[in-house]
Write a protein that binds this ligand. Sequence first.
Ligand code: BG6
Length: 491
Amino acid sequence: MSFDLVLFGGTGDLAWRKLMPALFQAFRHGSLPAGGRIIGVARDDLSDDQYRELIQSRFKAVDGAKRPTEEEFKAFASMLHYLRLDLSKLADYARLADMLKSRDADSIIMYVATAPALFTQTVEQIAVAGLNGPKTRVVLEKPLGHDLASNRAINEAVGKVLKENQVFRIDHYLGKPSVQNLFAMRFGNALFEPMWRREHIANIQITIAEDLGVEKRGAFYDQTGALRDMVQNHALQLVCAIAMEPPINAHADAIRDEKLKVLRSLKRWTPDSLGLHAVRGQYTAGTAYGERVPGYREEPGVDPDSRTETFVALRAEIENWRWAGVPIYIRTGKRLASRDARIEINFRPAPHAIFRTPAGVANKLVINLQPKDGLELHLLAQAQDQRVTTKAGVRGGMLPLAPVQLDLDFDKRFGTERVGAYERLLLDVIDGRLNLFVRSDEQEAAWHWVEPLIDSWGMDGGPRPYAAGTWGPSASSAMIARDGFAWGEEQ
Ligand code: BG6
C-alpha cells in the first residue's frame, strides 16, 4: 500500500519533536510501507533539500540510539518532500492536489498539526481543492476547540466534507504502550474483572504529573491551561480505559461506544461540587532538579497577571451500577515533584481483621504509565523473620502483617525500545485503523463535562499558588482527605 502523508505545520514544533522522530523509528524498523512520501507543508520558502537539511539538523538534538546515522537519514530523507503553502490560499491547495495526483497513492493522509484556530479553514480548503475523496484520511491534533461550542463547530465543519471514518482525532495517550497494557490487563485477563467494581474498590486515583514547566510554549499554554491541555482529553481517556465495560469486540466503534457511555455517566457538576471537588493551581518559583526555576507568570510568553491554571485536581464519579459512589480523583500539573503518571486502584480493606495490620494499608493495584511502565500489586504478607519476632509482636499466635508488592516491569520484560505512542498511531492511520482515535461524540461528551469548570473558573478568585517542585496546592490533599483518603505518595 503506497501512501502520501501531508504534514500541515511541517516546520512546526510537533513535527520535529514528535512526528518526524516517530516516522523515522517506523522507517528504521521497516514498518513504514515502502515507497511512501512524507510531504511537509508550511509557509516558509524551502526546497526539498532545504527541508531535509532542516529536519536533519533537528535530529541532532535527539537522544543517542534514537538519532539516525548519516546513512539512515539519507535513506529516510528520500521519502521527505516539501511544499510551500499558505493555508488561506486556495491556489496553494491546487498545487498540493497536482502533487498528489502525480502519484495517485493508495491512501492520502492529511495531518493537521497547525494552530487549532486553523483546523476548520484547512479542512474546508482541502475539500474545495477536491482532496476529500474516499482515499483521504485527516488527522486532527488536540486541542480540538476551546470549549464545547467551538469543538462542535469544528466537528460540524469536518463532518460536512468528510465521513466520520475518515477522521482520526489523535490523543497520543491512547497510543502509549502502558495504556495498551491497561486494556490488555482488563480485557485479556479474567482475574480482575470480578473485583473491578464498587463492591471491592474504595477509590481510583489518576495522576499525570510533569516536572517540566511550560518550556517554550508559554503563549499557547496561557490560552489553554491544564484543564483543556490534559484533563479534557488525556485524563478523561484514561478514565474511560479504567471504567468502560468490556467491548463486544476490538473494533473501533465497539470500543468507542463503551468509552462514550463512561463520559456520559460522569456526574454533572453542581455549585457545591464545583467548590468542593475541583482545585486549580499555578506554580510559583521553586526548585526543580536542584535548581531554582521561575514561576509560571515569569515564563516567556505568559501574561504576568495570568489566571491560567497549571495544576488541576478533581473528584469525579461515574453514575452507573458498576461505579456508583466510587470517587475517581484526577490530578495533573506542570512543575510538580516528579515526572510520574500512574493509576492507583485502591481496594477496600479486609472486612474483619484477624491479623495486626498497619493502619490504613489495603490492597492496591498501581498501573505505572511513565516514566516506569508496569504493574504493582500491593499486598499484605507475613514478611517478618519469625526467628526475631518477640511475643509482643504476636496476637493470637499470628505474626503482624507488612506491606509487600508484586512488581511487573514491562520495560525490563519487553525492553524500552517498544513502539512509541506517535509511531503506533501514525502506523494505525496509514493502515486505516480507528480503534485508538477519538470519535466526535466522545469529544463532545468530554467537553460537556469540563465546561462548567471553565465557566466557574472564569468568575472565581483565580488559581491557588504552589511552589514549583511540590505536589500542587495543599487544597488538593484536603479535597481527597475529606473522603478519608490520601494521594498515593502520602499514604
Ligand atoms: C500534550 C500536552 O498533549 O501532552 C503537553 O499538550 C504535555 O502540555 C504532554 O506536556 C504530555 O505528554 P507525555 O507523553 O509527555 O506525558
